[in-house]
Design a protein around this ligand. Structure first.
Ligand code: UDP
Length: 239
């Protein structure tokens, strides 16, 4: 029989906004639960799963600094926001019976584990979902870079970027242009040259230089994540 998926270990990157549901900010528990169910359905296939969740539903460093806050302080606040999102996802996954670890780039031992690469690899081997929090631990970076960095360190086969309301990368914004065309395949060099909006340039460079494919898909399609891992549905592959 055909295996349900050819992937053994993947990184799922979602933005913080994916967790806010219809309310437009913060955490919406039913939405968090729905995403947790998507993750569980892939975990049930035996795939080892890493996750990075952004913080934009709570706080973004750039918007803080635009309002006069010191940039690095604002970025640390953004990193703390990602820890809250990671804990919410941990709670939802464990409620579904999936074992998880939240692993923070900034140690906060009472709350979650510090990042120790070999320990994280061991968790994955034991089929625990590893949720990497606090980004890279450094200001001036994004959680896209954190996802790419951890995906490389954990030897993930690909990064899956789950989007809301869009099923890949288009030549122009599909919400504004009815004739926008989705790319099936595109190179990292094209993404940089055409300034296609998918990840920031440092994340793209890190993925390109390490030959890590990126798959952009619609997270709001029910069963979408599992389907994409089985090679079904629509998406854009960047490599
Ligand atoms: N951040 C940071 N360093 C990192 C990752 C994140 O300083 O390595 C901060 C940054 O201020 C960012 C915020 O955390 O605005 C939230 O992350 P991001 O904007 O990537 O979240 P998303 O847009 O994916 O929800």
């Amino acid at each position: 029989a055909q295996p349900a998926t050819t992937y053994n270990r993947v990184m799922l990157k979602i933005s913080g906004e994916a967790l806010m549901g219809p309310q437009g900010f913060g955490l919406h528990p039913p939405t968090v639960r729905r995403i947790a169910e998507e993750v569980k359905s892939v975990h049930d296939l035996g795939v080892e799963i890493c996750m990075v969740i952004g913080g934009g539903n709570i706080f973004r460093g750039l918007s803080g600094s635009a309002q006069g806050m010191e940039r690095t302080t604002a970025d640390y606040m953004g990193m703390l926001a990602t820890v809250m999102n990671a804990l919410a996802m941990q709670s939802a996954l464990e409620d579904l019976g999936v074992f998880t670890r939240v692993i923070s780039a900034i140690p906060m031992d009472q709350v979650c584990e510090p990042y120790i690469r070999r320990r994280a690899v061991r968790h994955l081997e034991k089929k625990r979902v590893c949720i990497f929090a606090a980004g890279t631990g450094n200001p001036y970076f994004t959680t896209d870079t954190a996802a790419t960095l951890r995906a490389n360190e954990m030897s993930c086969e690909a990064i899956f970027m789950g989007k809301n309301g869009v099923d890949g990368i288009y030549d122009k914004d599909p919400k504004e242009h009815a004739d926008a065309v989705r790319y099936d395949n595109v190179t990292y060099d094209d993404v940089l040259a055409k300034r296609l909006k998918v990840m920031d340039a440092s994340a793209i460079a890190l993925a390109r230089d390490n030959k890590l494919p990126l798959i952009v898909f619609a997270l709001d399609d029910e069963g979408g994540f599992r389907g994409i891992l089985a090679g079904k549905g629509t998406y854009t592959k960047v490599q």
